[in-house]
Design a protein around this ligand. Structure first.
Ligand code: NAD
Ligand code: UDP
Length: 320
C-alpha cells in the first residue's frame, strides 16, 4: 500500500526537470527521475540523491519502461537547437517513440500523463500572440523540423490515446524558459548572452536582433506545469505556459550587459534558417482555467540566473 503519490519525471535530470523533481519532493511525493543524461546531468539532481523519496534511473525513453506510478511528466527531449540538431533522427525518436512508450505505460498503470510540448508547434507564427487554437506555420523538412514535428506528432499521440483509450492527458505548450541549471554550452540565447557577458566576450546577435521571444522564469513555469497536472480530468490542454512579456533579442542583450556591468560588445552573426521572427504566448486559458500567471519579471529572473552562472564560472576558474 502506498499513501504518497508516485510520480515519474522523464528528462528529470535536465534544466526544467530538475526543478520539477525538487518541487514535487517538497510536496511530499515519491519521485522517480528517468534520464539518459544526453543533455541533463547527475549534478543537476545531486542535492536530491540522498532524499528518501527520490530515485534516479538511467533510462532512454525510446525503450519501454515498467514502473508503478500515479502521474508521469514526460519532459525527456533535448530542447536547445544545438542539441536537438546534433542527432535529428534521435530527436524525432525521443519525441515520438518516447511518447508512445510513456503513453503505453500510463495506459497500463492508469496514470495521468503530462507532455512537455512547445511553442515550436506554432513554427514561425503568422498569428501573434499565439493562442492554442492556432495550428501553426511549421516547415516539415528544415533543420528545426525534427524537434517541431516530433513534438507535434507527440501531441497527436496524446490526443489519440485520450480519445481511443480514455487516458487522462495534459498537454503544456512551453514557451522559452530560462533560469539556473541551463546548460552553459547549449547555445540558447539567455545562457549564451550571460556567459559571454560574464567572460567579457562579444555578445552574438543572430540577424539584426529584432526577432522577439517571451522569456519565462523556471519557477513560474514549474508552478504552471503542476497546476495543469493537478487540474480536473476534463482539462487536457493544449495550454500555453509562458510569460507574455515580449522582448527583442537586442533588448535582452542590453539588459544582460546592464545587469552584469559587462564591457562586452554586440556583434552580428547570420540568422539561422527558419528562426521564428516573433513569439509571444496568449495565456488567457492558463489564467482562466488554471488560475496561473507568471510573476517573475525578466530583470529579476535574469539577476538570479546571472548569479548562478557567475558562481559556476568562478568555481571552474578556482578549480583550474
Ligand atoms: P534539457 O535538455 O535541459 O532537458 C531535457 C532532459 O531530457 C535532459 O536531462 C536529457 O538528458 C533528457 N533526455 C533527452 N533525450 C532523452 C531520452 N531519449 N531518454 C531519456 N531522457 C532524455 O531541456 P529543458 O529545457 O529542461 O526541457 C525540458 C522539456 O521541456 C523538453 O521536452 C523540452 O522540449 C521542453 N521545452 C523546453 C523549453 C525551454 O525553453 N527550456 C521550451 C519548450 C519546451
Ligand atoms: N540567438 C542569438 N544569439 C545567440 C543565441 C540565440 O541572437 O547567441 C537568437 C536566436 O537566433 C533566436 C533567439 O535568440 O532568434 C532565441 O534562441 P534560442 O536558441 O534560445 O531559442 P529558440 O530559437 O528555440 O526560441
Amino acid at each position: 500500500m502506498h499513501l504518497e503519490r508516485r510520480i515519474l519525471i522523464t528528462g528529470g535530470a535536465g534544466f526544467i526537470g530538475s526543478f520539477l523533481c525538487e518541487r514535487l519532493l517538497e510536496s511530499g511525493a515519491n519521485v522517480i527521475c528517468a534520464d539518459n543524461f544526453f543533455t541533463g546531468t547527475r549534478t543537476n539532481v545531486a542535492h536530491l540523491l540522498n532524499h528518501p523519496r527520490f530515485e534516479l534511473m538511467r533510462h532512454d525513453v525510446c525503450f519501454p519502461l515498467y514502473v508503478e506510478v500515479d502521474e508521469i511528466y514526460n519532459m525527456a527531449c533535448p530542447a536547445s537547437p544545438i542539441h536537438y540538431q546534433f542527432d535529428p533522427v534521435q530527436t524525432t525518436k525521443t519525441s515520438v517513440h518516447g511518447a508512445i512508450n510513456m503513453l503505453g505505460l500510463a495506459k497500463r498503470v492508469k496514470a495521468k500523463i503530462l507532455q512537455a510540448s512547445t511553442s515550436e508547434v506554432y513554427g514561425d507564427p503568422a498569428v501573434h500572440p499565439q493562442p492554442e487554437e492556432y495550428w501553426g506555420n511549421v516547415n516539415p523538412i528544415g533543420p528545426r523540423s525534427c524537434y517541431d514535428e516530433g513534438k507535434r506528432c507527440a501531441e497527436t499521440l496524446f490526443f489519440d490515446y485520450h480519445r481511443q483509450h480514455a487516458l487522462r492527458i495534459k498537454v503544456a505548450r512551453i514557451f522559452n524558459t530560462y533560469g539556473p541549471r541551463m546548460h552553459p554550452n547549449d547555445g540558447r540565447v539567455v545562457s549564451n548572452f550571460i556567459v559571454q557577458a560574464l567572460k567579457g566576450e562579444d555578445i552574438t546577435l543572430y540577424g539584426d536582433g529584432s526577432q522577439t521571444r517571451s522569456f519565462c522564469y523556471v519557477d513560474d513555469l514549474v508552478r504552471g506545469l503542476r497546476a495543469l497536472m493537478d487540474s480536473p480530468d476534463n482539462v487536457t490542454g493544449p495550454i500555453n505556459i509562458g510569460n507574455p512579456g515580449e522582448f527583442t533579442i537586442r533588448q535582452l542583450a542590453e539588459q544582460v550587459i546592464d545587469l552584469t556591468g559587462s564591457k562586452s560588445q554586440l556583434v552580428f552573426r547570420p540568422l539561422p534558417q527558419d528562426d521564428p521572427k516573433q513569439r509571444q504566448p496568449n495565456i488567457e486559458k492558463a489564467r482562466e482555467i488554471l488560475n496561473w500567471e507568471p510573476t517573475v519579471q525578466l530583470r529579476d529572473g535574469l539577476t538570479k540566473t546571472i548569479a548562478y552562472f557567475d558562481g559556476m564560472l568562478s568555481a571552474k576558474l578556482a578549480a583550474e
